[in-house]
Design a protein around this ligand. Structure first.
Ligand code: C5P
Length: 220
């Protein structure tokens, strides 16, 4: 039967790894919408688009040829035939993604694409910042995944270390996480879940407990 699970949360909340695990357990596809905004940022940087020119950024987003895996076991993102799976996680993209994400026509274009991908999948776990509220407000289950800022900064630090990026000190990391939160606050705030959205606070939960809490919200 069709099943759409929407998961939103701030950076470092663990929403990507948790959503992938939930998708595997449900035999569902997985959509990382943050990767789509990152792909737009990469595309603009690659094409030399002036990021302060909202119209040019919007035009680049509409023209972008994006091919993204929705298999939770295969992470693969291609833009116009170039494999950008790694590049979209790099510091240049991470620093510019919030700038392209506030451009309304960029959001409208990606919302359209996201709704099409979700409709085509049938069973899907879609993850981002406005999935429970804007992209799929009628999803079967909607979850807001949060964690304290301290825990999110620590997880981000662990991710960077795993990626071999050492040398970012704790203070810098904290400013980066808080800074991206502040820039993204114009798109979404995570102070409280929207009406009908289940709150899962993972501050005191380990990974398996968090996955179980999201699955419990799906079964409700
Ligand atoms: O989740 P991730 O950190 O990869 O998201 C990257 C950026 O994409 C976020 O910082 C935010 O600016 C943007 N984004 C968004 N709406 C979404 C998902 C991501 O604006 N649904």
């Amino acid at each position: 039967a069709p099943l759409v699970v929407a998961v939103d949360g701030p950076s470092g909340s663990g929403k990507s790894s948790v959503s992938k695990a939930v998708a595997r357990r449900l035999g569902a596809a997985y959509l990382d919408t943050g990767a789509m905004y990152r792909a737009v940022a990469w595309h603009c940087l690659n094409e030399g688009v002036d990021l302060s020119d909202a119209e040019a950024v919007a035009a680049a987003a509409v023209a972008m040829n994006l091919d993204q895996s929705t298999d939770p076991d295969v992470e693969a993102v291609r833009v116009g035939g170039t494999d950008v799976t790694e590049a979209i996680r790099g510091p240049e993209v991470t620093d510019t993604v919030s700038t392209v994400a506030v451009v309304i026509p960029v959001r409208e274009e990606l919302h359209r694409r996201q709704r099409a991908v979700i409709a085509a999948a049938g069973r899907m776990v879609a993850e981002g910042r406005d999935i429970t509220t804007v992209v799929a407000p009628d999803a079967h289950a909607r979850v807001l995944l949060t964690a304290s800022e301290a825990v999110r900064t620590a997880r981000r630090s662990g991710q960077l270390a795993a990626a071999g990026e050492t040398g970012v000190d704790a203070g810098t990391l904290h400013r980066q996480v808080a800074g991206r939160d502040a820039r993204d606050a114009t798109v979404s705030t995570f102070d409280r879940p929207a009406e009908g959205v289940a709150l899962v606070d993972s501050t005191e939960l380990d990974f398996e407990q968090t996955v179980a809490a999201v699955l419990a919200a799906v079964e409700d």
